[in-house]
Design a protein around this ligand. Structure first.
Ligand code: FES
Ligand code: FE
Length: 435
């Protein structure tokens, strides 16, 4: 019996007080809270699975996870994408050990059950013994992820058959996503594979950092930027025409001052490329959205997928317990970009936001210590602050969703944790308000 934690779970509302801009540290630490997150958030929300460019042909697959559930994402013969729990229904062994590949089917290492790319059980080693036992193959296929869908190349899945469509889940946030995914109608792709690393931090620290914390860049990252990239980033986020926007807990911060001002942090060729394509993007998406490309900008799709549009770095903060994550990182480029530019983007990811990247090391240390300090029994009872930019909400003639003036703001963090609270409290999707 752990009465303290039990009581705490009943008091979720007291954990995060949006109006007062404060939150409890327990959401980064308590095991019971974490278990609830797996159930209430990761078993229900639409989660990022991959990019269509990773699995172009029938039988192409990638393995990833949804919360702590391992999944196998496979292109079908009819071109659809299906996803399955990556576990054998016989005794539960991991089914596919490879991270990416092409297969005609999947065979379990343990007793030799084999499955088609559609998840159906095709055959078993020692099949006569099963036949003698009246075994019905049709009842023992792979457990299928309830819904899989994609938005302009990004594949998402939900384990909840009652979840609303992906379109509804993203809502007006898709309008912003187009500035990254639909610059020229030629599509995008992931290049250079997936980089995986482990951080000893709570998964929400990465997500809330990318949802709207440009403020830390001019402090945390300034010395690395000056040493490695030849300039200060101290002015980031201070442009007058800058915003926090959010829709249903998804958040994006950006400014419209200078096109391409953080494109791979100073790679002149990439900046030149951004400037060259901007007029065409303006024709397609309008002037305002064309000013967002490659600007000081970062975003999170609730709950755990983030990206930096200027860097074209995509990542998922995969939870591995309350105090650990597996971080998956990719580089996204326009398919139509010249090869040299694609390679520059990839190198940009490697020197900034990869395990060897200068900014990843800065962030990782902050996230890990922000998690670790909460081990203190008294420390974990002390509230945290997220009240910057109260009262900065505005109406904007073009931007959909909730719009806030200024990037030095915590409006998106508040919206993110409000959504977290919504999910944790909701018994069903009917209880989740549009925000
Ligand atoms: Fe897979 Fe037995 S656990 S075949
Ligand atoms: Fe950072």
């Amino acid at each position: 019996k752990r009465p303290r934690q039990q009581a705490a779970l009943e008091d979720l509302d007291q954990y995060i007080n949006i109006a007062e801009g404060r939150m409890s540290r327990k959401v980064f630490w308590e095991r019971d809270i974490y278990e609830q997150e797996l159930e209430k958030i990761f078993s229900r929300a639409w989660l990022f699975l991959g990019h269509t460019s990773q699995i172009p042909k029938a039988g192409d697959y990638v393995t990833t996870s949804m919360g702590e559930d391992d999944v196998l994402v496979v292109r079908q013969k009819d071109g659809a994408v299906k996803a399955f729990l990556n576990t054998c229904p016989h005794r539960g062994n991991r089914l596919c050990f490879s991270e990416v590949g092409t297969a005609r089917g999947f065979i379990c290492n343990y007793h030799g059950w084999s499955f088609g790319i559609d998840g159906a059980l095709r055959g078993m080693h020692e099949s006569a013994a099963y036949e003698a036992s009246g075994f019905d193959k049709s009842k023992h296929g792979l457990h299928e992820v309830a819904q899989v869908d994609s938005y302009k190349g990004l594949i998402f899945g939900t384990l909840d058959p009652t979840a609303p469509s992906l379109k509804e889940y993203l809502g007006d946030f898709a309008w912003y996503l187009d500035t990254l995914l639909d610059m020229d109608g030629e599509g995008t792709e992931f290049i250079g594979g997936c980089v995986k690393s482990v951080m000893k931090c709570n998964w929400k620290f990465g997500a809330e950092n990318f949802v709207g914390d440009i403020m830390h860049a001019g402090w945390t990252h300034d010395s690395a930027a000056q040493a490695m990239l030849g300039g200060s980033v101290g002015e980031l986020g201070k442009a007058p025409d800058s915003y926090h926007v959010n829709v249903n807990g998804h958040g994006w911060e950006f400014n419209l001052d200078k096109v391409g001002n953080t494109a791979t942090f100073g790679d002149k060729e990439v900046r030149k490329y951004i400037h060259e394509i901007q007029p065409k993007v303006a024709e397609r998406l309008g002037h305002t959205r064309s000013m967002m490309i490659g600007s000081v900008s970062s975003a999170t799709i609730f709950p755990n997928m983030s990206f930096l549009p200027g860097q074209n770095t995509f990542r998922v903060w995969q939870p591995r317990g309350p105090g650990e994550i597996e971080l998956h990182t990719w580089t996204l480029v326009n398919k139509s970009a010249p090869d040299d530019i694609k390679e520059r983007y990839r190198r940009g990811t490697m020197i900034t936001f990869s395990p060897s990247g200068v900014f990843e090391m800065d962030d990782g240390e902050n996230f890990e210590y922000s998690t670790r300090t909460n081990r203190g029994r008294v420390t974990r009872e002390q509230d945290l602050f997220l009240g910057l930019g109260m009262g900065s909400k505005i109406d904007h003639p073009e931007f959909p969703g909730n719009v806030f003036q200024g990037q030095i703001n915590e409006a998106n963090q508040r919206a993110y944790y409000q959504r977290w609270l919504d999910f944790m409290k909701a018994e069903s999707w009917d209880d989740l308000p549009q925000r």
